[in-house]
Design a protein around this ligand. Structure first.
Ligand SMILES: NC(=O)c1ccc[n+]([C@@H]2O[C@H](COP(=O)([O-])OP(=O)(O)OC[C@H]3O[C@@H](n4cnc5c(N)ncnc54)[C@H](OP(=O)(O)O)[C@@H]3O)[C@@H](O)[C@H]2O)c1
Length: 341
């Protein structure tokens, strides 16, 4: 398989490379692209791969079977179509196409059935939406959801390498007594020793872009267009892994025991009946952890839970690679190659 990554120098791109390797995905030829060419190649499975500037011509002429985008909304908006026109499947981490009608938004453990043979474009959902949906899908399947409210605690790496650099620079300045230097923060307020209740810009109702994405994408992936989802998204000074406190209303009367049983055998999810789970412990993992499931004051319809997951892996890279695995299993990758030959 000929595979390319646009955004290979970023933290999601880097993680995609690692996950491809860990999961032994067969790659005969790798194309590595970023916003600009680099003098130093990257190394993948013992081979040196040049990093080139991502252009429509370079991507289309590569005749790739699959192209991952891990760059930006602008880059995907400009380059995905020429890549699709060249016959490749696109797995896109940007938000550009997630809500487009007819485009599947897939978490393989939740809605793999949404992938059909004629689909070529596969957006990877918002990383917080993936952690939330993985955490509540077993309950939705078991008893149905009537409403979901959530407050999030999102790691700085969710804002890319710039987010990690900003936390490190602020930390160094505060603890070492130095200045922040020239690091430009992607956050709207200091992040070290702080929490910032704004991710994205506000709309006329006071919701942020991140909050609207999480709500809309959750409804799409759960195939519940009328589900009430309300979210407050918050950035916290954690390096990796997003946490969510979710407050859910079920469609029918149930109990904590019945809901706990819904997690038995739920793929990709680890359920903790007791105790807590913190983002530090789950960094580097592909599974989503659910803990603190409880009823609100004895209610049979209102429950709370805590979900945590590494957003760089399951929230981005791993979910994308799992989509590729699904396409390979079903024989949907490679036929374009024959058609082009
Ligand atoms: N970080 C997360 O947790 C996360 C989770 C889910 C989805 N995502 C999405 O994944 C994508 C990548 O995020 P990231 O966190 O990896 O960001 P990042 O660390 O800032 O990396 C961005 C990457 O995109 C490249 N890039 C930027 N503009 C480009 C352009 N016009 N053409 C080609 N390449 C371009 C950069 O190349 P240079 O090095 O040359 O600038 C770099 O390789 C974004 O769409 C983001 O929204 C991120």
């Amino acid at each position: 398989m000929k595979l390319a990554i646009v955004g290979v120098t970023g933290i999601v791109g880097e993680t995609i490379l690692r996950v491809l390797d860990e999961r032994a995905i067969p790659v005969d030829e790798l194309g590595a692209f970023a916003s600009r060419e680099r003098s130093e190649p990257l190394e993948f499975r013992g081979k040196k791969v040049p990093i080139r500037a991502a252009t429509a011509a370079a991507l289309a002429s590569g005749k790739y079977d699959v192209v991952f985008f891990a760059s930006s909304d602008d880059a995907s908006g400009e380059l995905a179509q020429p890549v699709l026109d060249s016959g490749a499947k696109v797995i896109d981490n940007s938000s550009s196409f997630r809500m487009a009608p007819g485009v599947p938004l897939v978490i393989p453990e939740v809605n793999a059935h949404a992938v059909e043979a004629h689909h070529n474009l596969f957006p990877v959902a918002n990383c917080t939406a993936i952690v939330l949906v993985m955490g509540i899908a077993p309950i939705h399947r078991a008893v149905g959801l009537g409403a979901v409210h959530a407050a999030t605690y999102q790691a700085v790496s969710g804002a890319g390498r710039a987010g990690l650099d900003a936390l490190a620079a602020e930390e160094q300045a505060a603890l070492g007594g130095g200045a922040n230097g020239s690091v430009k923060s992607p956050f709207v307020a200091p992040i070290f020793r702080n929490v910032v209740p704004q991710i994205g810009s506000f709309d006329e109702f006071g919701d942020t872009g991140e909050e609207k994405k999480v709500a809309a994408e959750t409804r799409k992936m759960l195939e519940a267009p009328d589900l009430h989802v309300a979210v407050t998204t918050v950035r916290v000074p954690v390096r990796a892994a997003h946490s969510i406190a979710a407050f859910i209303e079920t469609s029918s009367d149930t109990s904590v025991d019945e809901l706990a049983r819904a997690y038995d055998g739920a793929p990709g999810t680890v359920f903790h009946r007791d105790g807590i789970v913190t983002p530090r412990e789950v960094e580097g993992q592909d599974v989503i952890h659910v803990a603190r499931l409880r009823a609100e004051e004895g209610s049979k319809r209102h429950f709370q839970l805590w979900a945590v997951g590494d957003q760089l892996r399951k929230g981005a890279a791993t979910n994308g690679v799992q989509i590729l695995e699904l396409l390979l299993e079903r024989g949907y990758v490679g036929r374009g190659e024959q058609a082009r030959a």
